[in-house]
Design a protein around this ligand. Structure first.
Ligand code: SF4
Length: 114
């Protein structure tokens, strides 16, 4: 698997392979790249940002408070499309606790209705 390390602006081009049951990363300039490559190969995750509609017709920007597995992102976006935020929101408010059962809360990244 070829990928790009996103742990710093250098963006090293990584190649990740499996040899004798071990994940091997090449192309990294530092140990963080190896750690990233192994994680990306074994259990890729992303912090997800999106907009949630409100009951008053606006939108609130939110993000997950930790990375979620890539295979849960579709479920998360389906939840986000159906969910409606009620009332006033302040940056940092928890909008939902673990909506797709992977341990990530949804937090507001901007005020709404303040
Ligand atoms: S491998 Fe190291 S130097 Fe290269 S992008 Fe990743 S963190 Fe930066």
């Amino acid at each position: 698997m070829d990928t790009t390390c996103i742990m710093c602006p250098m963006g090293c081009a990584l190649t990740v392979t499996e040899q004798d049951g071990k994940v091997v990363v090449t192309g990294n300039t530092c140990p963080r790249g190896e750690k990233y490559g192994v994680a990306e190969y074994s259990h890729p995750e992303r912090v997800v940002t999106t907009l949630l509609k409100t009951t008053r017709g606006g939108v609130v920007s939110v993000k997950t408070d930790r990375p979620i597995p890539k295979d849960k992102i579709g479920d998360f976006l389906a939840w986000a499309a159906a969910f409606r935020v009620e009332g006033v929101v302040v940056t940092g408010d928890v909008i939902a606790e673990d909506p797709v059962s992977c341990g990530a809360r949804v937090v507001a990244t901007a005020d709404y209705g303040v």
